[in-house]
Design a protein around this ligand. Structure first.
Ligand code: NDP
Length: 286
């Protein structure tokens, strides 16, 4: 067989980007599957995104992850955008299809796959999402696409929170409701799926300001925090008898979906999970 010295490049553009761990699981997957692909973690400053996108086209990158602050700004530099990424107004994964650069958002899809891993029903259910930023938007739109009945958004900033409820009501079949977050938020008793989509707990052991007595054992508590299996929020929910789902599982699953878009093949999820377990010295159960 003819030897090739050429790599197929993928990576991530962001700023800051040095703490982005995606390379760990993607490179482990590429190597395990002998794809000849390499993942680069690249700082792209705010005003340099156009040049970076032109560059990745010119250098024939297979695709790229997009992280803050470029998830919305990248849209004009793409040839196509998936329907859900268009509704969210945010792209985190770019891949090539028929020579075109296509934008997708795998964050919410990774969350959905995590629910599916655990056989948690979505159709007709009621979700409450804490926060209304990028992760909240991605999760809300994908839950809506999967047939959730209601998504209640609880957020401090009323404009942002109402805007997310409006997006759901305007563009999806789900019912979007907004509750302003003032003091300890009470979780409606008929909630099935409760999602912390704020960064609370990422760098410390804080938990979202909730009336924790309103969490009931039949609910499922989910966290987006990607660097821990047990956040203080999930520990509190577990102590109250709730089932839990962590953000590291979502991170692995959204990375697996990106792998599939880039390679056209099923991702070696076990390899990716193991790589993140080693990285964070934790054990995942899925
Ligand atoms: P954004 O900055 O876009 O949004 C953050 C949201 O959290 C805002 O709605 C903000 O409210 C709210 N918030 C921030 N601090 C507090 C607080 N102390 N109390 C209550 N609400 C608060 O961030 P992202 O949505 O991009 O990211 C959120 C988290 O999701 C991060 O920790 C990120 O790492 C994680 N993430 C995880 C992924 C995974 O795969 N596991 C994928 C993507 C993100 P307000 O509008 O009022 O300011």
């Amino acid at each position: 067989m003819k030897k090739s010295y050429q790599k197929q490049w993928v990576g991530v553009f962001g700023d800051p980007v040095d703490d982005n761990p995606t390379v760990v699981m993607e490179q482990a997957a590429f190597d395990a599957e002998h794809t000849g692909m390499a993942y680069l973690t690249i700082q792209v400053k705010e005003g340099d995104l156009k040049a970076a996108m032109d560059g990745m086209r010119a250098m024939n990158f297979t695709g790229i992850n997009i992280t803050m602050p470029h998830k919305g700004a990248v849209l004009p530099y793409l040839d196509e955008i998936s329907e859900s990424a268009g509704i969210m107004g945010a792209v985190n994964t770019v891949y090539r299809k028929d020579g075109k650069l296509v934008g997708e958002n795998t964050d919410g899809k990774g969350f959905l796959r995590s629910l599916q891993d655990e056989n948690i029903p979505i159709q007709g259910q009621k979700a409450v999402i804490l926060g209304a930023g990028g992760a909240a938007r991605a999760i809300a739109v994908e839950l809506a696409g999967a047939g959730i009945h209601t998504v209640t958004v609880i957020n401090r900033d009323e404009t942002r929170g109402q805007a997310l409820a409006d997006i759901l009501n305007k563009h999806t079949s789900a019912h979007g409701v907004f509750i302003p977050w003032k003091g300890a938020a009470v979780i409606p008793a008929d909630t099935d799926i409760l999602v912390n989509a704020t960064p609370v707990g990422f760098t410390d052991d804080n938990k979202p300001d909730l009336a924790y007595d309103s969490l009931k054992a039949g609910m499922i508590a989910c966290d987006v925090i990607p660097n821990k299996v047990w956040t203080a929020f999930l520990l509190e929910a577990k102590a109250r008898g709730l089932r839990t789902l962590n953000g590291l599982q979502m991170l692995v699953n959204q990375g697996a979906i990106a792998y599939e878009l880039w390679t056209g093949k099923p991702a070696p999820v076990a390899v990716m999970r193991q790589a993140m377990e080693n990285e964070y010295q934790v054990k995942l159960s899925f």
